[in-house]
Design a protein around this ligand. Sequence first.
Ligand SMILES: Cc1cc2nc3c(=O)[nH]c(=O)nc-3n(C[C@H](O)[C@H](O)[C@H](O)COP(=O)(O)OP(=O)(O)OC[C@H]3O[C@@H](n4cnc5c(N)ncnc54)[C@H](O)[C@@H]3O)c2cc1C
Length: 303
Amino acid sequence: MQEIDIYGKLSAIYPHDVILSDVSMKDYTTMKVGGIADFMVLADSVENIQKSVSLLYSLNVPYIIMGNGSNLVFSDQGYHGVIIKIGSGFSKTEVKEDIITAEAGASLTSVANLAMENSLSGLEFAYGIPGTIGGAAYMNAGAYGGEMKQVIIETLCIDKEGQYITLRGEEHNFSYRHSRIQNDELVCLKVKLKLNKADKEGIKAKMCELSAKRREKQPLSFPSAGSIFKRPPDSFAGKLIDECGLRGYRIGGAQISDKHCGFIINTGNATASDVLALIKHVQETVYNNFGKSLELEVKIIGG
Ligand SMILES: Cc1cc2nc3c(=O)[nH]c(=O)nc-3n(C[C@H](O)[C@H](O)[C@H](O)COP(=O)(O)OP(=O)(O)OC[C@H]3O[C@@H](n4cnc5c(N)ncnc54)[C@H](O)[C@@H]3O)c2cc1C
């Protein structure tokens, strides 16, 4: 890729201070591993996201959409292309009766808090999931019996060519950690949630309870990308991994968490290669012991 050209093209859309070059993905992902990305733009409007997607697509320049990087592992080789980061610069929210509309970069936890402040129930499960609402719609994020599918009524998206698409209700084709946004490689720009009026103190108490559960069960003091594997049919990835004797198993700086075997943690100096080697080892061991294939929940970029 001709660096100067890409920078020049992006400069027509974004101010210089939000076009970053040679970006260490360690600093932008919760797993804190990965090499250097050629460019990152910090998107802050529907227009600049739409323009950059259609530009990069038409130029055949690789790009990836990123929210908070809490479900992503970049390889040590980095990324030769442009990361379009949709984060705090694009995170406005609006509450109208029992509907919350949020720009894709709003953090899930802040939207859950906003819902609580407005006595709206339905997002308690999402409190503590460290992603953006756009990433959560893409992943159909869920926890403790709740999932985004239950609350999203509409999303504004764009396709690769920059065409706007509004998805409503069942058109999202949500399933376990999957959505049409993922399937059709759309970019989610805005999310509309329908919640239910309820007692604020009750909502708050539920959020506190689930947050305490997270702290008790998950290794939150170490960098990670949450659950590495999807839940296999009729079982739990963490249980299978534990039963293979892999609790605490380590390759380089990457380790199966002692606290929750479904998490791989970065003990401090892990590389993406350590994480990927550990993933492969776990998948092979679980398959050899139980004949079950563990499918990845995290998205691996490169490698
Ligand atoms: C400690 C910890 C706990 C976690 N607990 C949970 C949990 O309980 N439940 C759960 O479901 N997940 C959990 N996760 C995983 C993660 O937080 C979710 O998958 C979250 O929804 C990812 O959002 P993100 O903004 O970080 O997305 P990213 O990691 O930035 O991206 C994930 C994927 O979504 C795509 N994407 C992101 N934003 C957009 C957008 N606006 N439009 C189109 N595509 C987009 C990216 O291209 C990528 O493929 C946890 C992670 C951690 C680190």
